[in-house]
Design a protein around this ligand. Structure first.
Ligand code: NAD
Ligand code: MG
Length: 399
């Protein structure tokens, strides 16, 4: 760690995405407190260029060498001294760099796992938005956090809510929790006639009623696969039994999640649906600082309502508990299938209501051997095998 008087140095993985941009928005409100050390992106090179000009990070990274070289030349011509890295090792190198205090993991998908592991092993403060990394990495991810001495801070709003409700010291709450309730908005199709789900377009699926997010998580919210991934995420973050994790639809998205204690006292965290709140908490932890989010005006909140999730409308939700009870590696298979299915839906190659068929079909079509969940490399290979199987199912369904 840098000394307390010097600014806290940040590496933001996925800086051009929804969470990455919200993180920079929060950081811009506290210029003395933070320094942007590294920014990384995937395909949005122009956005990364603009961010580099504004934030002057020491490093930037892109996956491919040619666009990275082109970005480097543009930055030099603009008088910016940022060094642009590329290649598979670049993200891990930046996430583990000795100068870095906190890593914001805001890449979407399992692609973010290696860099999260690198940050965990290097003992960083790891602000985890990239839920797929934990869904895939599971026990190995948590072991890396423990062994590396990292501080894992949840950014997903539900998990930040649970984290904010519990004392920081695990021994003060472990054994005293009956269960947790992850709230869900129900997404854009909560009340839509299920018979019409076959005709849902990508534009309709990404139009979330309460949150502005990246395209993949928006589709996941519409199928409630996002909540399934969050159940798995909560299992690992809080070391709970699968049966201790429940889901409830709360369309107003004001209560971000709840903890039900053994004595049946209920702790809830509330706020406007704005990701800058959990991001600011992760950045300032254990302190608080301004996030830019509006305060709730309770006098204008007509009602807080709750309803169970309809298993027929949202068949993917149950897959969370099924995979948590399945062979180790099952959650990685589910995640891989879902990434393939969502990408195919967004590309117009799969119907919305077929996403579940691909996920369930991939899970039942793959027999996982014990070794396939024994290391991160093995899990990434299993991820690849599941993707190939899911692609086959997509092909079969779309032909
Ligand atoms: P997004 O699509 O807006 O941004 C994703 C970022 O990751 C971009 O910067 C992109 O360049 C980068 N990226 C994509 N694929 C990559 C790859 N293969 N390698 C390296 N970088 C890659 O997504 P988002 O909505 O910001 O979500 C990011 C993560 O945060 C997801 O895991 C999501 O589930 C989680 N999350 C998001 C929100 C939200 O409000 N957006 C809320 C909770 C959790
Ligand atoms: Mg969430």
């Amino acid at each position: 760690m840098t000394d307390p008087a010097s600014p806290h140095r940040l590496c933001i993985l996925g800086s051009t995405g929804s969470i990455g941009c919200s993180t920079l928005d929060v950081v811009s409100r506290h210029p003395q407190r933070f320094e942007v050390f590294a920014l990384t992106a995937h395909s949005r090179v122009d956005e990364l260029f603009e961010q580099c000009l504004l934030w002057q990070p020491r490093f930037a990274a892109l996956p491919e060498a040619a666009p990275a070289q082109a970005l480097q030349a543009r930055l030099r011509a603009a008088g910016c001294s940022t060094a642009v890295l590329s290649g598979p090792g670049a993200l891990c190198e930046l996430a583990a760099a000795p100068e870095v205090d906190s890593v914001m993991a805001a890449i979407v998908g399992a692609a973010g796992l290696p860099a999260c592991m690198a940050a965990a092993r290097a003992g960083k403060r790891l602000l985890l938005a990239n839920k797929e990394a934990l869904v895939v990495g599971g026990a190995l991810f948590m072991a890396a956090v423990r062994e590396g001495g990292a501080t894992l801070l949840p950014i997903d709003s539900e998990h930040s809510a649970i984290f904010q409700c519990l004392p920081a010291q695990r021994s003060l709450w472990a054994g005293h929790i009956d269960h947790i309730v992850l709230t869900a908005s129900g997404g854009p199709f909560r009340t839509r006639d299920p018979a019409t789900l076959a005709t849902v377009t990508p534009a309709e699926a990404v139009a979330h009623p309460n949150w502005a997010m990246g395209r993949k998580i928006s589709v996941d919210s519409a199928t409630m696969m996002n909540k399934a991934l969050e159940v798995i995420e909560a299992r690992w973050l809080f070391d709970l039994a699968p049966a201790q994790i429940r889901v409830l639809i709360h369309p107003q998205s004001i209560i971000h999640s709840m903890v039900v204690c053994r004595d049946h006292s209920v702790l809830a965290q509330m706020g406007t649906p704005d990701m800058r709140v959990p991001i600011a908490y992760g950045l300032a932890f254990p302190q608080r600082m301004a996030s830019g989010a509006a305060a709730i005006d309770f006098s204008t909140v007509a009602a807080l309502t709750f309803e169970p999730a309809d298993a027929q409308r949202f068949p993917g939700l149950q897959l969370a508990w099924d995979t948590l009870h399945g062979a180790p590696g099952s959650t990685a298979v589910l995640n891989a299938a879902n990434e393939v299915a969502v990408a195919a839906f967004l590309d117009g190659g799969l119907r919305f209501d077929q996403i579940h068929a691909v996920n369930a079909g991939t899970l039942s079509g793959i027999a996982i051997t014990a070794n396939e969940a024994a290391s991160v490399d093995a899990l990434m290979a299993l991820d690849g095998r599941a993707r190939a199987q899911a692609q086959q199912l997509v092909k079969g369904l779309s032909s």
